[in-house]
Design a protein around this ligand. Structure first.
Ligand code: FES
Length: 652
């Protein structure tokens, strides 16, 4: 062809276009991802591109001056009023004049890459539910009567190829003055729809709207509700915030909440109301932190365990409290925020990830979405540690899932000096092999307890207790220094050679810290504490081990620890304790709040929703309660690290 060649980077897409073709038009014809909100009118500047000049040996092309048109009036006006970055042009105004190489910078791509935290986690491109479209609407004509909405729909169809866009009542109520105020030019936020819903007008602004719309990724936990507020145009997290789940007043753990609903006729309703109120308080708080209008939040994704799932939706969790643990529905749900009494945009949509099984919830599905075991070449064990451990084991071939009741010991509950992770809590521990005395670090200070300045550094927090990760290190260190034996008994002072061990009733306890002289606490580890940790870690390990049996393997290639707790835990100590299967330490990583990341992925990329629904259907669910091998593994795993399994890598 004698027409000039246009090459786009980074995509590498290329084609010949007639002289005078706008770059935006060329991009669209080639399927190059170049953004536009105003539809090529020189208003939004979302279409910015960077032309390259000179030799491009890689592309076998030389770009000469004049390969792009001179600045026209529209582009010049934009430049004068708002200014473009050096070297940038408006893709909708600049036209092809000769062979040219055009770079599309990330901020001009609709499907830009977002959510990339760690090398092994998946990449995600932005593909939001709701986008902004600027349109020019035909004015009403007495000779050809039609409604304002119909003309707006026609404009969306003709200018953006959006077919059959619907709208809720509140749009009809507001639309007419907005259309007139904007002189028939408006910006429309359109939810593009999904398998179950048509595209829908969410919001209208007069003229060109220079702002954005937002979405929420919510991790609804039994203890805390945490949310990320995200800009749906950039994918950025604008604010992150959390509140305590107000349902705590009905019971600390899930089963006590299920029993509350069994014992009280209106119990489930009360808890539904409480969690929704908590959610609204959180949304108010996060909007304030982000400095945005709550009414601009048009989409929300929720992940939660099955009991929270039911209580949030207003479904009595009764059936989840007893075998066979039937969920009301395990499917992903696409709902309206108003039906859940949420204080966000009146047309806002809500998406709940699918549940995997009666004990393995949408939170585990979110972990699967974020860690993608189903795409892994090597065999990966993903453990989300909480009061219930949710466990996934798999690779590209297949993925298995189960949950195991670890109880609250890993959160510091039911431990004599245990507490939640907060300033003052012991989180790191080392026991001196010679003296058998513990040195430690507390949350809120970088100094170890035997370092100069420690007392000053902790003057405000004090030493208040031991948190979950601290107790794991403590017990593992006690085992390594022979203070505790493999079955889990604390020896006497003579047996262990530790002056910190003292007789405590019929068993022995270990003194960690005595702050009584200064009016502080005396922090000890009792044999009952050891027992609690043994039960919790045995539950976790035997769940993982059961999945390995089912998979037909006796080792895994790598381990991912998810959850807030997983982020703080020392992998070495976890393995000394026999919490997780034997694996090279450098193959044990922490994914942080993977469920929250999964929620964010589903919020920012609507295609990922269909993907995880598909994956969840293919996950094999294992019910630990009915597996005889589980009990056997549990008994063996109660020993530290294990009564029968050798942990060769750990011991090498
Ligand atoms: Fe809006 Fe170019 S597409 S300025």
């Amino acid at each position: 062809s004698s027409d000039p060649l246009v090459i786009f980077t980074p995509s590498g897409k290329r084609g010949h276009f007639a002289v005078g073709t706008p770059i935006l038009t060329a991009a669209r014809q080639l399927g190059v991802d170049l953004d536009s909100v105003c539809g090529g009118r020189g208003i939004c500047s979302k279409c910015q591109i960077t032309p390259g000049f000179g030799e491009f040996p890689k592309h076998k092309v030389t770009v000469r001056d004049g390969a792009l048109s001179e600045w026209n009036k529209v582009e010049q006006r934009y430049q004068d009023k708002r200014g473009l970055k050096e070297g940038r042009r408006l893709g909708c105004q600049a036209t092809v004049q000769g062979d040219v190489v055009i770079d599309v910078p990330p901020e001009s791509q609709v499907h830009k890459q977002v959510v990339r935290k760690r090398a092994e986690a998946r990449d995600i491109v932005l593909n939001p539910s709701t986008r902004l479209f600027y349109v020019e609407v035909a004015e009403p004509d007495m000779h050809d009567p039609s409604g304002d909405l119909e003309r707006l729909q026609n404009a969306l169809r003709d200018q953006w190829a959006l077919e059959n866009v619907t709208a809720d009542l509140h749009i009809f109520q507001q639309m007419q003055p907005i259309l007139r105020k904007g002189a028939w030019k408006v910006t429309v936020a359109v939810n593009l729809g999904d398998a179950e819903n048509p595209a829908r007008i969410m919001h209208i602004w007069p003229g060109y709207y220079d702002g954005t719309v937002y979405g929420l990724a919510v991790d609804l936990g039994s203890t805390t509700i945490a949310a990320h507020l995200c800009d749906l145009q950039t994918g950025e997290v604008v604010a992150s915030s959390g509140v305590m789940n107000p349902q705590i007043r009905f019971g600390e753990d899930l089963m006590s909440r299920v029993s509350y609903s069994m014992m009280n006729a209106s119990g489930a309703d009360e808890m539904t109301r409480a969690v929704r109120e908590g959610m609204c308080a959180l949304f108010e708080q996060i909007a304030e932190e982000g400095g945005i209008d709550r009414g601009l939040i048009v989409d929300a994704v929720f992940v939660c365990n099955p009991v929270m799932h039911h209580l949030f939706l207003g479904i009595d969790p009764f059936e989840l409290g007893q075998a066979p643990f039937a969920l009301a529905t395990s499917n992903a749900l696409r709902l309206r925020a108003v039906d859940l009494d949420l204080n966000i945009h009146p047309s806002a949509r809500v998406y709940l990830l699918p549940c995997i099984a009666g004990h393995v919830g949408a939170d585990a599905a979110a972990v699967a979405l974020s860690e993608a075991p189903d795409k892994s070449e090597d065999l990966v064990l993903v453990v989300d540690v909480g009061t219930n451990a949710e466990i996934l084991l798999g690779n590209k071939e297949k993925v298995l899932a189960c949950s195991s009741p670890t109880g609250p010991a890993f959160e510091g509950a039911q431990i004599s000096s245990g507490q939640r992770a907060a300033p003052g809590a012991i989180e790191r521990v080392e026991i001196d092999p010679a003296t058998k005395v513990a040195r430690f670090k507390v949350i809120g200070s970088d100094l170890w307890s035997d370092e100069d300045g420690f007392d000053d550094a902790i003057a405000t927090t004090g030493v208040t207790g031991i948190c979950g990760s601290g107790i794991i290190e403590m017990v593992a260190e006690m085992r390594m220094q022979g203070i505790v034996d493999a079955p889990g008994l604390i020896g006497t002072a003579e047996q262990t050679g530790s002056a910190n061990v003292f007789a405590d009733g019929r068993t022995n306890s270990y003194l960690v810290y005595d702050g009584t002289a200064a009016g502080g606490p005396r922090i000890t580890v009792t044999n009952r504490d050891i027992r609690e940790i043994q039960m919790a870690k045995a539950a976790l390990y035997s769940g993982a081990r059961l999945l390995m049996d089912k998979f037909g393997v006796d080792k895994v290639d790598r381990v991912v620890l998810a959850g807030a707790f997983g982020a703080h835990i020392s992998t070495k100590h976890a393995m000394v304790l026999g919490m997780i299967p034997d694996a090279p330490l450098d193959k044990v990583t922490s994914a942080g709040n993977a469920a929250g990341t999964g929620a964010r992925i589903a919020l920012l990329n609507t295609a990922a929703r269909g993907e995880i629904e598909q994956t969840v259907r293919q996950i094999h669910k294992i019910e630990t309660a009915i597996e005889p091998r589980f009990q056997e593994h549990f008994v063996n795993a109660s020993a530290i690290p294990n009564a029968v399994e050798p942990f060769p890598i750990l011991n090498s």
